[in-house]
Design a binder for this molecule. Structure first.
Ligand SMILES: *Cc1c(COP(=O)(O)O)cnc(C)c1O
Length: 394
């Protein structure tokens, strides 16, 4: 045991020495546009709280109102005695909104992605995955026996080459797996082109829409709605725009959802979502579906924030998603900038290798609908000051 712990200590020391140690900064307030951190109020620009629902009174009321009649926990997996009526209600609601036959809930989208591939694809099949896909997709694909191919991020020529390769190798079924939005860059997947290639090579399209559902597309139904295409299978989370608590789902054809209910291991061997979470999620979906005002506010905030940063002279990745990455390139500069912003009352996170490639260190800012113009002006002032201090702008 002591030799084992010594080895762990050495690895921990390495992580610190490489400057890759991740500190957690506990919030002393609910998640929101402004949060209490280390005894003071800061403007929060790094939450996935896109619609500002994480502390919304309507969601809290729905969760509270569900607790008494429905109880606290299910104490069972779904198929034994853990299915409440509200689970089926929420699954049907998600499916209807997203335009699929049915949906299946998981404890998190990490579990949904871990559950998806193994029951659906065998060794005769192929899965072709974007190189920047989320860790949970990568892990989910590792758990299945299908032949694996990877295409360079959003490179449609490479995707077509991999589709040809898989067809030439005699694949029975082919599934293309992609994030709807790549979260480090805020870039949208090329869903129109992906759908066209999938149709040409008779492949299925799976989209993980965690950074889109609720706020992208005319009714918030996500990147397929935005692109005007049909995805065969969608995975998503209740942990970002839809209230930010916990929970994930897969939506798709009835047969797919039916098989997942029979065979998906994170569904069969893990506890059911608490009813109060489901009740609040139903309200979040209603708000998101009817949320033209919230989406308009988010779009307006994003445009205002981008324009302000650009005018200040920052190097931004182009785009229109509420993820707005400010490029600092070198890791120490990103760290210094994040620290300086913290001192100035703006809460952001620096991203550097191995999360993004070397030389592409950045501060990833994220807009949400709860931020006011006043918040954004204050934050822009802090960005100008911090940017000058670290030499990112003049
Ligand atoms: C956040 C995220 C997940 C994980 O979702 P959880 O519900 O938090 O487990 C999966 N995929 C993508 C693309 C994400 O951004």
């Amino acid at each position: 045991m002591s030799r084992f712990l010594d080895d762990i200590d050495a690895r921990l020391a390495d992580i610190r020495a490489e400057g890759l140690w991740k500190e957690e900064r506990p919030l002393a307030s609910p998640q929101g546009a402004r949060v209490q951190v280390a005894g003071r109020e800061v403007i929060n620009l790094c939450a996935n709280n896109y619609l500002g629902l994480a502390d919304h009174p309507a969601l809290k009321a729905a969760a509270r109102d569900a607790l008494e009649p429905m109880g606290f926990g299910m104490a069972s997996v779904r198929f034994i005695c853990g299915t409440a009526e509200i689970h089926r209600t929420l699954e049907a609601r998600l499916a209807k909104w997203l335009g699929h036959d049915d949906a299946i809930l998981f404890a998190a989208c990490f579990d949904a992605n871990g559950a998806l591939f193994e029951p659906l694809l065998g060794p005769e099949d192929a899965v072709i995955s974007d190189s920047l896909n989320h860790a949970s997709i990568i892990d989910g694909i590792r758990l299945c026996k299908a032949q694996r191919y990877r295409f360079a991020n959003s490179d449609m020529e490479d995707l077509e080459a991999k589709l040809k390769e898989a067809r030439a190798a005699g694949a029975r079924h082919i599934m293309i797996a992609t994030d709807g939005v790549f979260s480090m860059d805020g870039y949208f997947a090329e869903l129109g082109a992906i759908r066209a290639l999938a149709d040409k090579y008779e492949a299925l399209v799976m989209v993980d829409d965690c950074h889109a559902t609720g706020f992208i597309g005319a009714t918030g139904a996500g990147t397929p709605e935005r692109a005007g295409i049909r995805a065969d299978v969608i995975t998503g989370t209740l942990g970002k725009a839809l209230g930010g608590a916990i929970g994930g789902y897969i939506a798709g054809p009835q047969a797919v959802i039916d098989l997942l209910r029979q065979r998906a291991r994170p569904y069969l061997f893990s506890n059911a979502l608490p009813p109060a979470i489901c009740a609040a999620a139903l309200v979040a979906i209603d708000m998101a579906e009817k949320g033209d005002d919230l989406r308009a506010q988010l779009t307006e905030n994003t445009a205002y924030w981008r324009a302000g940063l650009a005018e200040a002279g920052f190097d931004l990745l182009p785009g229109e998603h509420p993820i707005v990455p400010v490029m600092l390139h070198e890791a120490p500069k990103a760290q210094a900038m994040a620290a300086k912003l913290g001192e100035l009352g703006v809460y952001v996170s620096g991203f550097f290798y191995p999360v993004v490639p070397k030389g592409k260190a950045r501060i990833r800012t994220q807009m949400n609908a709860a931020l006011t113009k006043g918040d954004l002006d204050t934050a822009l002032g802090a960005f100008r000051e911090a940017g000058r201090a670290v030499g990112a702008i003049r």
